[in-house]
Ligand binder design. Structure first.
Ligand code: PMV
Length: 324
């Protein structure tokens, strides 16, 4: 191969039932299954060009040349794909995100979903969605869920072959919105790869993992029946369980800022007054306020009035990874 190129776009996703901790860190086999939906308005667009005239891989993210750990992680992922076809041609990877400007939402999910599809196609490989999802999982666990469209479940599986994500409902199944309250724009101190490794040091983690099948079932049912109150109860419990684990890991990790807790408290109060909204917090301080789409304007206005909220991004359930 001398020269071949492909471009893909992918969206990050918000987990309703979260992934935290691996059975196998190397191939990112998760401790538990998870459910999410893709965020249509946020995109990562990645072009991969295999070019035999290059001395080594080059990775540009939002027009800035990358080196060190980010470049190595991308190169390692490309090696998996080069390995499938048995070639070693270096690549130029150009990635652009539309949410780079200080949102603190560094999303490896969209990044590795787009990278996987672009690299696979640039390498001339045809692959079913299931295998794209398994491969994306190797770059970043949650990337497995950014491959299929809409509402997605990532099956825990018992081995590499069984651990992939599939769509459980199309994006238009339920008109939800995710109003993301940005309270801190700095990259997180403890990245999720490190967080997954710490999870096993928490005495709470085993209880959280054992209970996951029950939460997954309640979440699937809430989605199927578009039952917002049922969704809110299970989403908030699941988010709190993840943070109970991080706070009781060794060393303990506190992802929340004071404003994070202010928003969580406000959201539960709003729900009691009849606004269909609930919170979910990933490995960072920003708060995803998931609501019925019809409530998104009032939720956004209320969030903007909370001290410490810098900005609110409004997203809707979105499609899967696509070639362009
Ligand atoms: O895919 P990772 O390693 O960035 O892990 C994602 C972890 C959470 O965002 C906290 C939860 C999830 O399921 O997305």
């Amino acid at each position: 191969m001398t020269f071949s190129t492909a471009t893909a776009i992918a969206h990050p996703n918000i987990a309703l039932i979260k992934y935290w901790g691996n059975r196998d860190d190397e191939i990112r086999l998760p401790q538990n299954g998870s459910i999410s939906f893709n965020l249509e308005e946020l995109t990562t667009r990645t072009m991969v060009t295999f070019d035999s005239s290059l001395p080594r891989d080059i990775f540009d993210l939002n027009s800035t040349r990358q080196s060190g750990a980010p470049l190595e992680r991308v190169s390692r992922h490309l090696n998996l794909i080069r390995g499938i076809r048995g070639f070693s041609t270096p690549a130029h990877i150009m990635s652009e995100t539309n949410f780079s400007a200080g949102t603190g939402l560094a999303s490896s999910a969209a990044a590795f979903a787009a990278l996987t599809l672009a690299a696979v196609r640039a390498a001339g490989i045809e692959m079913p969605e299931k295998d794209l999802s398994r491969l994306a999982r190797r770059g970043s666990g949650s990337a497995a869920r950014s491959i299929p469209a809409g509402f997605v479940e990532w099956y825990r599986g018992t081995n590499d072959n069984e651990s992939f994500a599939a769509s459980i409902a199309p994006p238009e199944h339920w008109h939800l919105a995710d109003c993301i309250a940005i309270v801190d724009e700095k990259p997180k101190v403890t990245g999720s790869s490190e967080g997954h490794q710490l999870a096993r040091t928490s005495p709470i983690q085993s209880a959280r993992v054992i209970d996951t099948e029950r939460r997954l079932e309640l979440c699937r049912l809430a989605i199927e029946e578009r039952d917002f109150d049922a969704l809110a109860a299970i989403v908030e419990l699941d988010s709190n369980l993840l943070h109970a684990v991080t706070m009781t890991s060794n060393p303990a990790v506190f992802y929340w800022q004071p404003a994070t807790l202010d928003i969580m408290r406000a959201v539960t109060t709003w729900r009691k007054t009849g606004i269909p909204c609930c919170f979910s917090v990933d490995a960072g301080p920003n708060v995803h306020v998931i609501c019925e789409s019809s409530a998104s304007e009032v939720v956004t206005a209320k969030l903007n009035a909370i001290p410490g909220v810098h900005t609110v991004l409004k997203c809707h359930p979105g499609g899967g990874v696509q070639l362009i």
